[in-house]
Every structure is written in structure tokens, then in C-alpha cells.
Design a protein around this ligand. Structure first.
Ligand code: FE
Ligand code: FE
Ligand code: MG
Length: 170
């Protein structure tokens, strides 16, 4: 984006670039958390949940593509070293030390809730000012909301399955 485009963004561009680099770091960590969790997970509904977790991973990667493109358009430098992901991310990376499907889902749910806050805040920050970043933020926010819903649904299904099994044993 040219100098005029950056000027007309209408927000504190340096602050915006910092926020976008935080978001970029979060997306990479979210990508890896989903990806490695999908490979390690075991338990009920594995054959349905594993491909969906891998799809979510790919979608997080696509978010990184959108965010990095906007940083470059704004004249910023995207975070260049993975070690900085941990310094910049405001969302916690949760390693899937317990591979049970419910544990992995809960970790990913925490990640989604953090991502929802990230893009809600970014949408608020740019609302009515930087329309391009605002549109990107709301697009990504919509996908993070879908991710949260998917994971909540599975957690509920597993809970119900456990309750049914308890009833059978009683
Ligand atoms: Fe994402
Ligand atoms: Fe997500
Ligand atoms: Mg999904």
C-alpha cells in the first residue's frame, strides 16, 4: 500500500502494526496447537474430530496469511522469528500433554475464546476508521466464532455420551 493508503488508515498505524504482529503470533501458535493436537488425540469420535481439527489448523494458517498481508500493506515488518511468537502472543499456547480428546478440545476452546477477544478488540479499534483492517477482523472473527461453536458442540456430545453410559451402568 502506498503512503496515501497508510495515511488514510485513520488510526495509529504503529500501534495497529504491533497489534497485528501479536495476532500473527497467536495464529501460528493456534495453528500448531490444533495440528499437533489432531495428531496426538485419542478417544471417542476420533475419526470425525481429527479432520475437523486439521481443518481448523488450516483456517488459522489462512488467518496468518491475511494478517501478514495487512502488516506489509501498512508498511510494517511481520514478526520474523518464531521465538518472538511467545513474546508477542496474548493467548496461551497449551501443549497437548494429555492426548485425551476432551482435554485437547478444552485447550482449543480456550484458544478460540482468546482469538475471539483479539478480533473483537481489533474490530473495535479500527471501526469506522481503517475499513480494510476492520473488514479483515470481522471476517476472521466470524471463523473464530464458528470454531468455538464446533468445539463446544463436541464437548457437549462427549458429556452426553458419558452420561448415557453412566445410566446404562446404573
Ligand atoms: Fe485464527
Ligand atoms: Fe480459530
Ligand atoms: Mg469447523
Amino acid at each position: 500500500m502506498g503512503a496515501h493508503g497508510i495515511e488514510t488508515a485513520g488510526v495509529d498505524v504503529q500501534k495497529l502494526i504491533t497489534i497485528l504482529n501479536e495476532a500473527l503470533s497467536e495464529e501460528w501458535l493456534a495453528y500448531y496447537q490444533y495440528w499437533i493436537g489432531a495428531r496426538l488425540m485419542e478417544g471417542p469420535m476420533r475419526s470425525e474430530i481429527e479432520p475437523e481439527l486439521l481443518l481448523h489448523a488450516t483456517q488459522e494458517l489462512n488467518h496468518a496469511v491475511l494478517v501478514v498481508g495487512r502488516i506489509i500493506q501498512l508498511g510494517g515488518t511481520p514478526v520474523t522469528h518464531p521465538a518472538d511468537w511467545f513474546k508477542l502472543s496474548k493467548c496461551e499456547y497449551e501443549a497437548p500433554l494429555d492426548p485425551y480428546v476432551e482435554a485437547v478440545l478444552k485447550q482449543n476452546l480456550n484458544g478460540e475464546r482468546c482469538a475471539i477477544k483479539r478480533y473483537k478488540d481489533l474490530a473495535d479499534f479500527t471501526n469506522g476508521k481503517d475499513h480494510t483492517t476492520h473488514q479483515m477482523a470481522t471476517t476472521i472473527l466470524g471463523e473464530e466464532l464458528e470454531h468455538e461453536q464446533d468445539i463446544e458442540d463436541w464437548i457437549n456430545d462427549i458429556k452426553r455420551m458419558k452420561e448415557d453410559m453412566k445410566k446404562l451402568r446404573a
